[in-house]
Design a protein around this ligand. Structure first.
Ligand code: ATP
Ligand code: LTN
Length: 334
């Protein structure tokens, strides 16, 4: 990581729970790419987090490698930034344990993600689900991150991270950097193509509701054609038209056009023309990523080399933090 000029540090991870969607891409990855030019960034796969929900071993491995390749394929530079896989850096689990001991049961019990996920996976309410946020706090605090790009659903976890950091600092003197959330600019919240009141999510059971970043262009066109709209056949942005507004958001995010420009472009035309244009914009937006991904995913040796480099660079920073933190707590060191 080039941090000679004391650039601010940005860290964000994503769970390898499935292939990323257009929502992940427009809502998170595009911001990551923009931030990677300006900040000292760490991005990667939160694979330790993803075993809080039962996953077949082969799936975990494939999804992690896929996600890693996608991060590289979208143009994140592994030389300029640190692109890594959480489980390759043991310091995450080490600091996670320490932070568990500075987090109250009551605090962790209040996390809405814990409540939601334990209801959803009632047959597997494991301790990892409960301590998920302290591992996430470790991810962030290990690298003294200044900014953490996250979706609104993760704000509560970031608040808890700040509380833990402040508590530790109160006990042992200023040690952890207290991070700020970075919520991406408006217009990047992509909704389900079938139920536009819900966000587009890779774990949705309805395949027609999402577009995967690696999806075949013909399938993208089909899914956008069958996206839910309304019967008015006029393209304008309105809360009463969630389906059309969502497609406008997508079109705007891919082309840079404003909503007014889009409305003008489709004045007097029906949804057929509009959907065809949205589909083409999405296909074009994803094309460079897909071309690069197709090359990278065949080159396991290169992916492994990048993962090893990323883990080494991350470990250098993270191991120092853990050592210093353990010293503060009073562990015997030699
Ligand atoms: P899951 O379905 O497993 O809950 P997800 O697809 O909802 O996953 P996350 O892995 O929780 O996505 O999120 C990773 C990042 O992508 C976060 O920064 C989140 O804000 C962003 N993101 C996810 N879905 C969308 C969306 N529909 N629109 C915009 N951003 C999104
Ligand atoms: N919980 C996050 C993924 C995540 C993360 C992090 C995000 C794990 N560790 C550290 C930011 C910083 C999610 O589900 N989106």
């Amino acid at each position: 990581m080039e941090n000679n000029e004391q650039k601010k540090v940005v860290l964000s991870l994503i769970q390898p729970t499935g292939t990323p969607t257009l929502g992940n891409y427009l809502g998170a990855f595009k911001n990551w790419k923009a931030m990677s030019q300006e900040y000292a960034c760490l991005f990667g796969a939160a694979d330790l987090h993803s075993i809080t929900v039962r996953t077949a071993p082969a799936d975990l491995k494939k999804r992690t490698i896929d996600l890693f390749a996608i991060l590289l394929a979208m143009g994140l530079d592994p030389e300029k930034n640190i692109i890594f896989c959480q489980s390759h850096v043991p310091a995450h689990a080490q600091l996670g344990w320490i932070l568990d001991c500075y987090t109250q049961f009551g605090e962790a019990s209040r996390m809405t993600q814990f409540k939601d996920k334990s209801a959803k996976h009632a047959d597997n309410v494991n301790l990892g689900l409960f301590t998920y946020p302290t591992l996430m706090a470790a991810d962030i605090l290990l690298y003294n991150a200044d900014y953490v790009p996250i979706g609104a659903d993760q704000k509560q976890h970031l608040e808890l991270t700040r509380d833990i950091a402040n508590r530790f600092n109160g006990l042992y003197g200023d040690f952890f950097k207290v991070p700020e959330p970075f919520i991406g600019k408006a217009g990047a919240r992509v909704m389900s193509l079938q139920e536009p009141a819900k966000k587009m999510s890779k774990s949705d059971t309805n395949q027609k509701s999402f577009i995967l970043v690696t999806e075949d262009p013909n399938a993208i066109v089909k899914k956008i054609k069958s996206a839910v709209t309304d019967s008015e056949a006029r393209v304008y942005y309105s809360e009463d038209k969630p389906g059309v507004s969502n497609l406008m958001e997508i079109y705007s995010a891919c082309t840079g056009k404003s909503f007014d420009e889009i409305t003008a472009e489709f004045e007097g035309k029906g949804y057929g023309d509009f959907k065809a244009a949205v589909a083409e914009a999405v296909v074009e937006e994803l094309r460079p990523l897909q071309t690069e991904y197709a090359k990278l995913i065949k080159d396991k040796a290169y992916l492994e080399e990048c993962a090893r480099n990323g883990a080494e660079k991350a470990s250098r920073i993270a191991d120092r933090t853990v050592r210093k933190c353990m010293k503060k707590v009073g562990f015997w060191q030699y």
